[in-house]
Design a protein around this ligand. Sequence first.
Ligand SMILES: Nc1ncnc2c1ncn2[C@@H]1O[C@H](COP(=O)(O)OP(=O)(O)OP(=O)(O)O)[C@@H](O)[C@H]1O
Ligand SMILES: [Mg+2]
Length: 248
Amino acid sequence: MSDHVLALKGVNAWYGHAQALFGLDLTLDAGETVALMGRNGAGKTTCLRSVMGIEARRSGRIELAGQSIEGLGIEAIARRGVGWVPDDRRIFPTLTVRENLQLVRGIAKRHGRQPMSVDELVEVLPIMERLIDRKGHALSGGEQQAVTIARALVGRPQVLLLDEPTEGLAPVIVQGMAQSIAALPQRYGVSILLAEQNLGFVREVAQRVYVLDIGRLVFQGATAEFMESPELQERYLSVARPTGTDHA
Ligand SMILES: Nc1ncnc2c1ncn2[C@@H]1O[C@H](COP(=O)(O)OP(=O)(O)OP(=O)(O)O)[C@@H](O)[C@H]1O
Ligand SMILES: [Mg+2]
């Protein structure tokens, strides 16, 4: 039996006394892109943070390639091949994009990983070509997002966790990002777990969808199945109509 690249088994998470995840089961297979959907506060970020080992209190089991990551911290989990793009898009404002990426290349090297070159990263996310010598503070939201994704790819992760990469971005930027993200699994063998609320984006990049509602899994299935159900979308998402990657 082949192991999933990532598996969550009965994961619970708490903030103080408030439970944010209830017995979450989720798998991600090699080369797959899986979307984690649900309204604000549904538990998407908590799920990604649980995988990175940074939630204060959780129970259940999380495995990378069949191995439990119990007790490992964020650095050890990153070293095992998990790239994380948090929802804050934080980069060093006074450094150029190139310097921001070089910094992470240095860390990857020290961890014994052969880092992606800046040229390779530009090839993955072409939007960066004209940004490369710009300072972090001079970038738009979409440009910062591209840099944070590139930064997570530097160490050639097996699993990429993306937390709402399209939030607040213009449709044309979202469209470009969809193309870049959709090409990643084939080109770099990375599997992607994507927290996202943008249906149009999910339709373009994900093969399967999990939907959370107040910390509980309420749907899992093929992306096409979810897209064909306006009832499900209306019940569990804030926006029922696909937006973001529409051409109209
Ligand atoms: N640091 C925190 N302290 C206390 N409660 C938190 C904290 N972070 C999240 N929560 C709560 O946990 C629940 C899940 O939040 P989470 O951020 O995982 O949702 P989300 O699906 O990522 O939402 P969004 O779409 O707004 O990013 C919510 O009820 C939220 O209020
Ligand atoms: Mg979130």
